[in-house]
Design a protein around this ligand. Structure first.
Ligand code: HEM
Length: 134
């Protein structure tokens, strides 16, 4: 098995990549030659041409493509994207999600604990005042 071709940005932005017969798409750090798929795309060929020469990962994910769409993609795989695009694509969302997740978790945890703390304090007070009364 030979190593996959690694595409450069120049190749992805070339006139060839923008042409109907040579259109290239960069998604999740991988390059797909999708000329044969242009006419079949349920979302139309215009949106596909609009993503040539840039990282189409976000556009592709924003649509919420089905597993079937991802399966179709595999058929058109021709090589790897420019260095860094695979991690950049996944890394772009990860830090934001991680920070967002943490923020809601900590503030959510705090607001959840506060009434519980009051409740515990109330029962502790009740328990001790009852003991004193007896
Ligand atoms: C070569 C990569 C792509 C493949 C294989 C693909 C495949 C598909 C498939 C199979 C569907 C039908 C619904 C589904 O199964 O999810 C679909 C719908 C759609 N796609 Fe893509 N797609 C690709 C790239 C893109 C990109 C880059 C965009 C946006 C810039 C896009 C925009 C859309 C839209 C808007 C629909 C919804 C069409 C409708 O329901 O009216 N697609 N695509």
């Amino acid at each position: 098995m030979s190593a996959p071709k690694v595409y450069t940005w120049d190749e992805l932005k070339s006139d060839e990549a923008k042409s109907k017969s040579g259109i290239l798409m960069l998604i999740h750090g991988k390059v797909y030659a999708i000329s044969k798929f242009l006419d079949e795309h349920p979302g139309g060929d215009e949106v596909l041409f609009g993503e040539v020469g840039r990282d189409a990962t976000e556009a592709f994910e924003d649509v919420g493509h089905s597993d079937e769409a991802r399966e179709i993609l595999k058929k058109y795989y021709v090589g790897e994207g420019p260095e860094g695009t695979a991690s950049a694509a996944s890394g772009a969302k990860a830090p934001r999600d991680a920070a967002g997740g943490k923020a809601t978790e900590s503030s959510g945890g705090f607001t959840y604990l506060l009434p519980l703390a009051f409740l515990a304090a109330y029962f502790a007070y009740k328990f001790y005042s009852q003991q004193n009364a007896a």
